[in-house]
Design a binder for this molecule. Structure first.
Ligand code: CTP
Ligand code: CA
Length: 235
């Protein structure tokens, strides 16, 4: 495989990366989606490959080319992504959930394109919760007592009272993953951009690490940190 270094820090490791954003259909032509381009996740997949890992990329509507030398599994919706991730995670040493997974989906998907109401009224969309894939992977890992490193991403804007990192620390505790990479998001911040700022939080109490710069550089930094944490998990 191109780019693989047999003696890299992740040599022999299997890494699953999810990237992009899921789309939840309303009818054959419409969906609820998000602004994730998949650039950060794809950069992580490429960095893990370069570190010697065997990489599976679960890709949801990427707006960026897939890297060479990684196995790609396409997933459109949260449910499809859940299935692909559960399958690939069974043999993964590391899982990085960089995908923006829709929290909700329309309760019903129309078979035919929806038409406007003749009386001029607007519809009210009923939504249902999607499964939390990362939580499920944490539960599966813990039940199987697998030595697996689970890395979540949190896109946080913060609000009037709470800064993004405080939300991130709460989320790390709630999710039960080992690392949480927190970045600030907003209209023109992070999404689709080539540069990013990311703070890595560790459940085991390791240092909070700030990675800043082009997404591929940040990805290499995160992969380095992952390799260190994986060595600790494996003992
Ligand atoms: N995630 C997931 N399945 C979902 C939602 C999120 O696996 N249904 C994963 C994301 O891939 C990410 C992490 O969980 O790695 C955090 O996603 P985020 O949307 O920040 O967290 P949520 O738990 O959905 O919390 P919030 O209410 O802030 O959206
Ligand atoms: Ca969410």
């Amino acid at each position: 495989r191109r780019g693989q270094t047999p003696d890299g820090p992740l040599a022999g490791a299997r890494v699953l990366v999810s990237a992009g954003g899921t789309r939840e259909p309303l009818d054959p032509v419409r969906f609820l989606g998000n602004r994730s381009s998949g650039k950060q996740g794809v950069a992580i997949a490429a960095a893990a490959r370069d570190a010697g890992a065997e990489v599976t990329l679960v890709a949801a509507h990427l707006e960026t080319p897939v890297p060479a030398g990684v196995e790609v599994v396409h997933a459109g919706t949260a449910e499809q992504l859940r299935r692909a991730c559960v399958r690939a995670a069974a043999r993964a040493d590391v899982v990085v959930m960089a995908a923006a997974v829709a929290d909700y989906r329309p309760a019903r998907v129309a078979d035919a394109k929806l038409k406007k109401a003749e009386d001029g009224s607007a519809p009210v969309l009923e939504l249902v919760r999607n499964p939390d894939v990362l939580r499920e992977l944490v539960d599966l890992r813990n039940t199987a007592r697998r030595r697996q490193l689970l890395v979540g991403f949190a896109a946080e804007t913060g609000d009037a009272e709470t800064d993004p990192l405080t939300f991130g620390r709460r989320k790390l505790a709630r999710k039960g993953c080992d690392l949480l990479a927190v970045n600030h998001v907003g209209e023109n911040l992070v999404f689709g951009q080539d540069t990013t700022t990311l703070t890595v939080l560790s459940a085991a109490g390791g240092p909070e690490q700030v990675l800043e710069g082009p997404k591929d550089e940040v990805a290499r930094g995160l992969v380095q940190r992952i390799a260190q944490e994986l060595a600790a998990v494996r003992g």
